[in-house]
Design a protein around this ligand. Structure first.
Ligand code: BGC
Length: 505
């Protein structure tokens, strides 16, 4: 579909019109700045796992867990099994879920950029409250605000990236979001490592979440909204300027602008409630993907590894320091692997990454289950030797790499690129809500599951990885390089989904 014309990459869209596909400095900078919206989410993921292993933090808020750990020579699978502790971690996700659903309307009415700013400020307030928390109530209130923050930004940022990026490189640009999540995770893990030595380290770790929030707020204030959101909100002149800026001076933007105006007019003429429209039969494939992809992403078990890596390593017999170092190594591997995705996603497509990553994660989870079983014994009372410990870390790294180039970035990319503009923000909202709901349920149940299923907990996730990989093989069409306004074609041509969609002229 791509053709080089006069030094510009051009793509033919659904109406047979040409759309500019050139990478300009402006589009690169804009997307890097926008992608920093992922920082706050990643920071939180990294921080919460580490803080919940810090003794002064547990002493102040969850003293019973410490007593448990002191008396528990008994069973390594069960030491950290506490509902209150997991409620602390996962309260954010309930708030985020509500916020992301509300964000659908806000993002359509106020624009993608403004919702990112709003999310940044809410997160900032939550970080400040958490840093100064005196009671559990303050902790939870802080986390709810953090949740609102990530609910807003996770909804608006991927849509922003997909709308601004040149279609041919949309995948690569969109992976920036996951990359910043990864940076947030690693920064937070490193900070935890240092903070764990201080009596008030947990305050530092929680409070410094204001830094990524400030970075993303300033960044978001510097960029303009996406052309398609500006057109949708009737700001045609601004849309033209924004488009000219990201597509470059010599670019012919009239065709793309006309296309955006046309889609927006069609959407307006229908004047329907997007939360109803999305349930129409013709949008069934889109809806299924926006639910299945984030649901499966979580059932890969990634957060179990990410949130609880320090807890997990510790409960598997690693010392405190080595547990945090293990988590940092895992984060770095994940970060590097996202770059692999950036390089590959628009060349070889989404499906290849999904399938290869899935196979890799499957093998690793099965292997982790066996090694943990051999190392800790089925009763969980055996001391874990260095060799076994090292192989668990190595397997988890291979797993993190598989996730990093597949389900990690692609779960943000796919929902943001498959919907027509009139229900795009709604689709993304549903997707974020499903992601958070699943994260909540899994994190709420994992430690109990580890306690009861023991090493079988890892096999549970392996089973899901097999299911989701097979799902991709049969049901996910390739979306690489297709302009957003022509995406309907991929469903019209798909062996299964074509029976649902109405063919568009
Ligand atoms: C997921 C998160 C996960 C993170 C790990 C994201 O794509 O949605 O749940 O913790 O990746 O880096």
């Amino acid at each position: 579909m791509a053709a080089g014309v006069g030094g510009h990459e051009r793509l033919i869209n659904g109406q047979g019109l040409e759309v500019e596909g050139k990478i300009t400095a402006a589009v690169v900078i804009t997307c890097i700045v926008a992608a920093s919206g992922g920082l706050i989410f990643g920071y939180d993921i990294g921080i919460s796992g580490g803080v919940t292993t810090m003794e002064p933090f547990l002493q102040k808020f969850f003293p019973s867990i410490l007593k448990n750990a002191a008396g528990a020579k008994t069973n390594v699978y069960c030491v950290y099994d506490s509902q209150v502790l997991t409620a602390f971690t996962s309260s954010l996700y309930v708030a985020g879920l509500a916020a992301s659903l509300g964000a659908s309307r806000l993002t359509a009415a106020l624009g993608r950029r403004n919702v990112m700013v709003l999310g940044g400020f809410t997160f900032l307030a939550g970080a400040a409250i958490n840093g100064g928390a005196q009671t559990i109530a303050m902790l939870i209130l802080g986390r709810i605000l953090l949740g609102f923050g990530v609910g807003f930004t996770n909804q608006a940022t991927p849509v922003y990236l997909s709308e601004v990026a040149p279609p041919k490189w949309r995948g690569a640009f969109n992976t920036g979001f996951q990359f910043f999540i990864g940076i947030g995770v690693v920064a937070a893990n490193c900070l935890n490592y240092g903070a764990a030595r201080l009596e008030w380290g947990w305050r530092l770790s929680l409070g410094l979440a204001v830094v990524p929030a400030a970075i993303m707020i300033i960044g978001a204030l510097l960029i303009s909204d996406t052309p398609s959101s500006l057109v949708e909100r009737g700001k045609l002149e601004k849309a033209k300027k924004a488009l000219a800026k990201v597509r470059g001076k010599e670019a012919d933007i009239e065709v793309e602008l006309a296309d955006l105006v046309k889609s927006s007019e069609i959407a307006k003429a229908m004047n329907q409630e997007p939360f109803l429209t999305i349930f129409e039969r013709q949008y069934r494939p889109h809806l299924v993907m926006s639910i299945a992809i984030p649901f499966f992403q979580q059932l890969s078990g990634i957060n179990i590894i990410a949130f609880y890596a320090p807890v997990l390593f510790q409960s598997l017999g690693f010392g405190k320091d080595s547990a945090l170092i293990g988590a940092i190594i895992l984060g770095l591997v994940n970060l590097a692997s996202i770059l692999v995705s950036t390089a590959v996603v628009d060349r070889y497509g989404r499906r290849l990454l999904f399938i290869e990553g899935g196979a890799q994660m499957f093998i690793c989870q099965v292997a982790v289950a066996f090694v943990v079983a051999a190392a800790a014994g089925t009763s969980g009372t055996r001391h874990i030797s260095k060799e076994y410990g090292a192989s668990i870390v190595a397997l988890m790294c291979a797993y993190a790499a598989g996730f990093g180039w597949s389900w990690g970035p692609l779960s943000w990319l796919i929902p943001s690129e498959i919907f027509p503009v009139k229900i795009r923000t709604t689709g993304q909202s549903i997707s974020v809500a499903v992601n958070f709901a699943t994260t909540f349920i899994l994190s709420q149940t994992f430690l109990t599951m580890l306690c009861h299923f023991k090493y079988g907990a890892f096999l549970f996730y392996a089973g899901w990885i097999a299911v989701m990989t097979i799902f991709i093989v049969f049901f996910m069409p390739e979306t690489k390089g297709i302009p957003l306004n022509s995406m309907h074609q991929v469903w019209e041509k798909h062996w299964f989904w074509r029976r649902f969609v109405t063919v568009q002229p």
